[in-house]
Design a binder for this molecule. Structure first.
Ligand SMILES: Nc1ncnc2c1ncn2[C@@H]1O[C@H](COP(=O)(O)OP(=O)(O)OP(=O)(O)O)[C@@H](O)[C@H]1O
Ligand SMILES: [Mg+2]
Length: 298
């Protein structure tokens, strides 16, 4: 990760942001936060809220500093490994802030202009969009293997000054020499209800992560996600580009089947998190410490 000589956000600003996050979690009112976007795991907050300069990606809270530091080190190693594979990663800073006995961690990045985000580009400028799509597909085919995984969905890329940038580094998919993921799966399942956490960590999450180490799967997932992005017109060209690399070749039917089943999995995981939020708030009478997206149109 980039050295924090001149941090993109000061410690006191970050503490202020974390306080605002807690206010929002306790009141259930997110309106004073500036949400720049959300994926399946992280909510991305702009700072300062009025005129965001940086994007702040808040991870699930850590039980202590050692665990947070280990996660930060994995992200740093992941970015380094991606860069060696010629994936151009957006400048990213790892920052932590202690709060009420636990540790909140953020990945900080410069805010990208809306029109540089690839889903917007594909809508606004199909000519440039198709070149960028070809680039994304070749980067996926060349970078992904048993050691390194990535989430190639178009919402994770920007096209800035003629160059592709990858910015989704909060879930570092890196395997150790024995092929085990270095991801802290225990952390990622913390927003789920306690009774299902272990089963998801042991029986569901490792399979999901392993898939993101297979180039063909990453391509299918990227193309399937174009359905969620309502970018249907791009699907056939994307399949043709992906089939320069995919074996066996991908077809539209596979994409539609894949997307339906994948959407069900993520919807189920989101429902479980909402259920835990309800339980924590109404039965345990305490704040649910994770930010969740609103309804997702899949
Ligand atoms: N630096 C940024 N500037 C502007 N918008 C951003 C930036 N980073 C992310 N976003 C917006 O937030 C969305 C989600 O971000 P990101 O992909 O990093 O998180 P995520 O998909 O939840 O990651 P993960 O699933 O790995 O936790 C992006 O698709 C984009 O719309
Ligand atoms: Mg993402």
């Amino acid at each position: 990760m980039n050295p924090v000589a001149e941090p993109m956000i000061t410690d006191s600003e970050l503490a202020m942001l974390e306080r605002q996050v807690w206010n929002a979690l306790e009141s259930g009112d997110l309106s004073r936060l500036r949400v720049l976007g959300y994926g399946e795991i992280t909510l991305v907050l702009g700072w300062p809220p009025d005129e965001p300069r940086v994007a702040c990606k808040r991870l699930p809270v850590f039980p202590g500093t050692a665990r947070a530091a280990a996660y930060g080190a994995t992200i740093a190693a992941y970015i380094e490994e991606l860069r060696q594979r010629e994936v151009n990663v957006l400048t990213s800073e790892w920052r932590t802030v202690a709060f009420g006995g636990s540790v909140a961690a953020y990945v900080i990045q410069p805010v990208l202009d809306d029109d540089t985000l690839v889903p917007n580009l594909l809508r606004a400028d199909p000519g440039t969009g198709s070149r960028v799509l070809a680039d994304i597909i070749s980067v996926i085919a060349n970078a992904v293997d048993v050691a390194v995984g990535l989430d190639g969905q178009v919402a994770n890329w920007a096209f800035v000054d003629g160059r592709l940038r990858y910015f989704d580094v909060t879930t570092p998919m890196l395997n150790d020499s024995e092929g085990r993921t270095r991801l802290d799966l225990g952390l990622l399942v913390r927003p789920l209800p306690a009774p299902v956490r272990t089963i998801v960590r042991r029986a569901v999450a490792p399979g999901i992560v392993a898939h993101f180490h297979e180039p063909r799967y990453v391509l299918v997932d990227m193309i399937g996600n174009l359905l969620k992005e309502r970018l249907d017109a791009v699907i056939d060209p994307a399949i043709a580009l992906a089939n320069r690399y995919a074996e066996p070749p991908i077809d539209r039917q596979e994409i539609e089947r894949f997307y339906r089943s994948d959407a069900r999995t993520w919807e189920a995981l989101l429902r479980l998190r909402r259920a835990d939020r309800w339980w924590q708030r109404h039965i345990r009478r305490r704040a649910y410490p994770f930010l969740l997206p609103g309804p997702i149109d899949r």
